[in-house]
Design a binder for this molecule. Structure first.
Ligand SMILES: [Zn+2]
Length: 162
């Protein structure tokens, strides 16, 4: 077909290849790019050479900042409905960590794993608050992509309490 894009095979009126190429060319000058996870500090950071450096506040009230190069995959919030009320376990986790109630924080992590349909081993026990190196042992209910994380060592980003 004459009016077909050779790259995406769509009819030229529907193809965005030229725009994408132009945008990619224009974006080259922003790398290396430093950005924070604060707008959505719940997700998986895949360490790799991406040219994008992600900063997360860690260390609880110590406000220590760490930065890693990689790709950040945002996750849906771990929510539940209890007695007709929607609750976000990340908010409860922040409160528990802020008050130093680590027994409660441990229970909340158990709930987070339940509602997220995932489980993981913590790899680095010297972890600070706000992130941890994990190896996923289960990752269901999120589609095919999530299964790729099983057995992989990645950084789990979660809200720092302060
Ligand atoms: Zn195209």
């Amino acid at each position: 077909m004459i009016n077909e894009c050779p790259n995406c095979k769509l009819p030229k009126v529907l193809c965005h290849c030229a725009n994408i190429e132009k945008a990619q060319e224009g974006a080259k000058s922003i790398f290396p790019f430093h950005v924070s996870t604060y707008a959505h500090n719940w997700g998986i950071l895949i360490p790799c050479k991406s040219g994008v450096y992600w900063e997360q506040q860690t260390g609880g009230v110590m406000c220590h900042h760490e930065e890693w190069e990689g790709i950040f995959i945002p996750l849906s919030n771990p929510e539940d409905v209890v007695d007709g009320k929607r609750i976000n376990y990340l908010h409860l986790l922040e409160d528990a960590n802020y008050t130093g109630d680590y027994k409660k924080a441990k229970e909340i992590w158990k709930k987070i794993k339940e509602v997220m349909y995932f489980d993981f081993e913590i790899l680095d026990y010297s972890y600070e608050e706000g992130y941890m190196w994990v190896k996923f042992t289960k990752f269901e209910g999120h589609g095919e992509w999530a299964k790729k994380f099983i057995g992989k060592e990645v950084i789990l980003i979660y809200p720092n309490c302060d």
